[in-house]
Write a new protein. Structure first.
Lengths: 291, 183
C-alpha cells in the first residue's frame, strides 16, 4: 500500500474499525513508514484533545421537564388547564387559581413537575368540544404513572359511548373487580382527565345523577349537553326503573343505551332488577352489558 | 455504555419504565448537545433541539415502535439522526429569516476546555481551527472526534458510505493540521 492510500485508513485503523485485510495491510505499512507514524500520532493526539471539547448539556435538560407540558384555554366553565406528555393528555383541570396552583396540583397528583408550554390545537379542541357536549373523536390519553387498577378502570371508562350513562358497579365489573365499587367511586372523584375520560357518565347504581368532582350541577349540564336528560335519570330513579326491555327482541338494556332508545313506545317494558328481567325471559344487551 | 445496554433501556422504555428514559437521556445528552450546539451555534436553540429530539425518541419508543424494533435499533446513531433532522430543519427555516442567520453568524460558541492545563494549547488550537472548517467537514470531525462515534454510526447519521466518510475525514484532518501548524 502507498502512503496516500494508507492515510485514509489511519483513523479507522486507530480504532480497529477496518476489515481484517485492510487492517493488516495498514499495520504493515505504518510499522515501516515514519511519515505515517507521525500522522497517526497527530490523529491520536487530536482525538484526545477533541474529547475535551465536548460540552455539558445544560442541567435543566432533565427528562421531567420535557415530559409534562401544560397550557391554559378558556371555556364557558372558566379557564381550563390542559397537561400532556408525548403519549397524550395527562390532565385536565378547572377551578384552580393560577399556573402555580395547577403545577402544585399536578405535582402532587402525578409526582412529576409540569412545564409551562403551549398545548397542541387538537387537545384544546377536544377539551372544548367535550365541554360543549360534542363528540371528541379519539384523543390519546396518558395514564403513565397511575396505579394499574386505576389505569384499567379509566380505560374502561373511556369506552362508555357518548350520550349514555352507566352505574359505578358496572364499571367495577368491566374493570374485572365487581367488588371494587367504592374504589371505582374514588377513582372517578380523582379522575385526572375529566371530560375526555367521561366520569360524568357514571351514575349511582340506584339511578339519578349522583355526585361529581366539580359538583352535581356541572354534571347535569354536561349530561344535558350531550343529550342525556337529568330529569329522565331522576324519573327512572323515582319509578325504580333500572332497565328497559324490548318485547320484540326480548333484550333488556340500560335506559340510555343506544339500543334501548330505539325501542318504540308500545314495545317498551321496564324492569327494576335483573331478576325481574330474566324471569320475564329477557336476556341482557350485548352492547351495554347490564349487570 | 454499549449498544446492548442502550437497547435494553429502549425495551424498558417501551414497556413503560420512565426511569429508563431518564437514564437514556443522562447517557446521551452531552454528546447530542455538543453536536446540536456546533451545528446551530445558539445555546438556547441547541437546548430546544435536544429536548425535542428526546421527546420524539420517547414517543417513537413507547408508541410507534414495537418491542423487537426497540431491541434492534442502533440507539445512539438513531438519536444523532433525530437531532440532525431537527437541526437541519431549523437551519433551513432560519435561513429564510435573514436576521436570525446574522445573529447566528455573530455568535460564536464559547468553547470550554478542561482546566487541567494538560495539552491545553492543542485544545484551543483545535477549537479555533474547527471554526474555520466548512460546515460539512466540521460536522464529521465533531461526530468522529468530539462525540467519538464509530464509522458505522456516522454512516447511519449522515447517510454517506463509509469510504466516502473516511475520505472526507482524512481531508478535514489535513486541513485542520495545516491550520493548527500555521498558528
Amino acid at each position: 500500500m502507498e502512503c496516500k492510500e494508507v492515510r485514509k485508513y489511519l483513523d479507522a485503523y486507530r480504532t480497529h474499525e477496518l476489515p481484517e485485510a485492510a487492517y493488516q495491510a495498514t499495520e504493515k505499512h505504518v510499522s515501516a513508514c515514519t511519515d505515517c507514524q507521525n500522522e497517526l500520532a497527530f490523529i491520536t493526539g487530536l482525538a484526545e484533545s477533541a474529547v475535551k471539547l465536548r460540552l455539558k448539556a445544560p442541567s435543566e435538560t432533565v427528562f421531567d421537564q420535557l415530559m409534562d407540558q401544560y397550557g391554559k384555554t378558556n371555556t364557558d366553565f372558566g379557564p381550563v388547564w390542559i397537561c400532556y406528555t408525548p403519549q397524550g393528555v395527562s390532565a385536565v383541570k378547572i377551578g384552580v387559581e393560577d399556573d402555580r396552583a395547577f403545577e402544585q396540583y399536578y405535582t402532587e397528583r402525578m409526582g412529576r413537575k409540569p412545564h409551562r408550554s403551549h398545548v397542541p390545537k387538537k387537545y384544546v379542541r377536544a377539551v372544548q368540544s367535550a365541554l360543549r357536549g360534542e363528540k371528541t373523536g379519539k384523543v390519546p390519553i396518558s395514564l403513565d404513572g397511575l396505579p394499574e387498577f386505576e389505569q384499567t378502570v379509566l380505560n374502561h371508562l373511556a369506552r362508555i359511548p357518548f350520550g349514555e350513562v352507566r352505574p359505578y358497579a358496572w364499571l367495577a365489573r368491566e374493570a374485572g373487580n365487581p367488588g371494587a365499587v367504592r374504589a371505582v367511586g374514588t377513582i372517578m372523584a380523582r379522575n385526572p382527565v375529566p371530560f375526555l375520560l367521561p366520569c360524568h357518565r357514571i351514575i349511582p347504581s340506584g339511578g339519578g345523577v349522583g355526585n361529581y368532582g366539580y359538583g352535581p350541577e356541572m354534571k347535569r349540564i354536561l349530561l344535558e349537553r350531550e343529550g342525556v336528560s337529568p330529569g329522565d335519570l331522576e324519573g327512572w330513579k323515582r319509578r325504580h326503573i333500572r332497565y328497559i326491555g324490548s318485547r320484540t327482541t326480548g333484550i333488556y338494556c340500560y335506559p340510555t343505551c343506544r339500543d334501548a332508545r330505539r325501542i318504540s313506545w308500545e314495545n317498551q317494558v321496564s324492569f327494576s332488577s335483573e331478576s325481574d328481567a330474566t324471569a320475564g325471559g329477557y336476556r341482557p344487551c350485548k352492547h351495554c352489558r347490564p349487570l | 455504555m454499549t449498544q446492548e445496554e442502550d437497547q435494553n433501556l429502549a425495551v424498558e422504555i417501551h414497556r413503560g419504565h420512565r426511569k429508563a428514559m431518564e437514564q437514556l437521556v443522562r447517557l446521551h445528552k452531552d454528546r447530542l448537545f455538543t453536536y446540536a450546539r456546533y451545528m446551530i451555534r445558539l445555546e438556547e436553540e441547541a437546548k430546544d433541539i435536544i429536548q425535542e429530539a428526546f421527546m420524539k425518541a420517547y414517543t417513537a419508543l413507547t408508541v410507534q415502535y414495537d418491542e423487537p424494533k426497540c431491541r434492534t435499533l442502533a440507539i445512539r446513531a438513531w438519536l444523532f439522526r433525530i437531532v440532525r433532522h431537527i437541526a437541519l430543519n431549523k437551519i433551513r427555516s432560519s435561513q429564510r429569516r435573514q436576521k436570525t442567520v446574522e445573529s447566528m453568524v455573530q455568535q460564536q460558541p464559547d468553547i470550554k476546555t478542561s482546566d487541567t492545563g494538560y495539552n491545553r494549547s492543542m485544545d484551543n488550537h483545535l477549537a479555533g481551527a474547527l471554526e474555520n472548517l466548512g460546515p460539512e467537514d466540521r460536522e464529521l470531525v465533531i461526530l468522529r472526534f468530539i462525540d467519538d462515534l464509530s464509522y458505522a454510526e456516522i454512516v447511519s447519521v449522515v447517510g454517506m458510505t463509509e469510504s466516502a466518510i473516511r475520505g472526507k475525514i482524512y481531508r478535514a484532518l489535513r486541513k485542520l493540521r495545516k491550520m493548527m501548524e500555521e498558528k
